[in-house]
Design a protein around this ligand. Structure first.
Ligand SMILES: Cc1ncc(COP(=O)(O)O)c(C=O)c1O
Length: 394
């Protein structure tokens, strides 16, 4: 017989939680997430199937192969981690770092610091080289640091979302081979939108996210590990200190054995499959060219309005544009106006760039000429009011 325990009601201050969900449609032109493609949303809403159903197992292999295409890699260990980009980021370090290993992190923005923080938590001997937020590393700087620190791993961010800078990668992998270290690359804001050739660049470990260039909601973190990194994992003297992200265990599920590890977020993988299929249907080169075309139109339009772009043209990311907030303008008030009155999200600055820049994303499905025109129109018609408000108050 049921005991008569009194039930805790939903607190009256949260009454709205009992109404059906009613989020507005937003145009997400910030640093991520970006809007998901409509057919990705359809894929997400399909009835789940079991995570060991032979049909799902087939879908897993398809996702893996499409990810290899998107990254231009033959890596066997390529899979979407169940978690966001940070989970995949952590997986690259958790699997390869052993206590005392030297990890050199080339930091030129916010996410480089996150890599350094994570490596330290896996008890690496972390060494950091830094460039100002708005610059990239030269091959000479990287080689000098490799000689000085003799790391087991060089970790860096390809597309630094906090600054809008794209790190040139040609030659970095060769330096890492020459100095006998692994190359770990963050491709969170580049996958699907910026040229990426993991194998040709000799990248040993990389990760990304679902919610930017792939036009899928947040929830999966693509991960890949090449043969040199696999060898480091195989020669570990201690267990991977993170059960959930241990690739040797995960590979029993994603590899040929198909042994249960955790209950896969099957619908997220439906969405990921559709997102990657769309990318393959468009073609990588076409997708990269589209991102560049639309970003160039945005850059030209912003400059026509007298705004200054933070990143030098040669290093500018097509997926994420950083714009300096003009003197006297309250940048946050303007982005709140865009959100509240026009349903458009634009990001603010992080870390040392907080309050100094806006961050505008044109990623995946959102990289199109209509969005560029819509945003430029608003900058043209609405921003002057924020300037005059600031000037009047001064
Ligand atoms: C360059 C970079 N690395 C890592 C991350 C972390 O990814 P997530 O927020 O999906 O965990 C982000 C997030 O925007 C990012 O921009």
């Amino acid at each position: 017989m049921a005991t008569s325990l009194s039930q805790r009601p939903v607190d009256s201050s949260h009454r709205r939680a009992l109404a059906p969900i009613a989020t507005p449609d937003r145009l997400l032109l910030g640093p991520g997430p970006s809007n998901a493609h409509p057919t990705v949303l359809q894929a997400l809403s399909r009835t789940p199937i079991g995570h060991l159903d032979p049909l799902y197992v087939e879908l897993m292999s398809e996702v893996q192969e499409l990810l290899r295409y998107a990254w231009q890699t033959d890596n066997r260990l390529t899979l979407p981690m169940s978690g966001t980009g940070s989970a995949a980021m952590e997986a690259t370090l958790a699997n390869t770092v052993e206590p005392g290993d030297t990890v050199l992190v080339a930091v030129k923005g916010y996410f480089g610091h996150r890599l350094a923080d994570m490596a330290g938590r896996y008890r690496a001997d972390v060494r950091v080289i830094e460039r100002p937020w708005g610059e990239a590393f030269s091959l000479e700087e990287l080689e000098a640091a490799l000689i000085e620190h003799r790391p087991a791993i060089l970790a860096m961010v390809h597309a630094e979302t906090s600054t809008g800078i794209c790190q040139p990668m040609e030659g970095v992998g060769d330096l890492c081979r020459k100095h006998d270290c692994l190359l770990l690359l963050d491709t969170v804001t580049s996958l699907g939108g910026v040229p990426l050739y993991l194998d040709a660049w000799k990248v040993d470990l990389a990760y990304s996210c679902s919610q930017k260039g792939l036009s899928c909601p947040p929830g999966l973190g693509p991960f890949t590990m090449g043969p040199r990194a696999e060898a480091k994992l195989a020669s570990r003297s201690s267990k991977v200190p993170n059960w959930y992200l241990d690739v040797s265990l995960l590979n029993q599920y994603w590899g040929s054995d198909r042994v249960y590890h955790h209950t896969a977020p099957v619908n997220m993988n439906f969405g990921m499959r559709e997102a990657l299929r769309l990318l393959a249907e468009e073609g990588l080169e076409q997708a990269w060219a589209r991102h560049r075309r639309n970003a160039e139109a945005l850059w030209a339009g912003l400059e026509r309005l007298g705004l200054v772009l933070h990143a030098p043209e040669a290093l500018r990311l097509p997926t994420l544009t950083t714009v300096r907030i003009p003197d006297g303008v309250d940048g946050k008030a303007f982005s709140q106006h865009l959100l509240n009155n026009h349903g458009i999200e634009v990001g603010g600055g992080l870390g040392t760039l907080a309050g100094k820049i806006w961050r505008i994303g044109l990623m995946g499905y959102n990289s199109n000429p209509e969005n560029v025109d819509r945003l430029l129109n608003l900058f043209e018609t609405e921003l002057p009011r924020f300037k005059s408000a600031a000037a009047a108050a001064a």
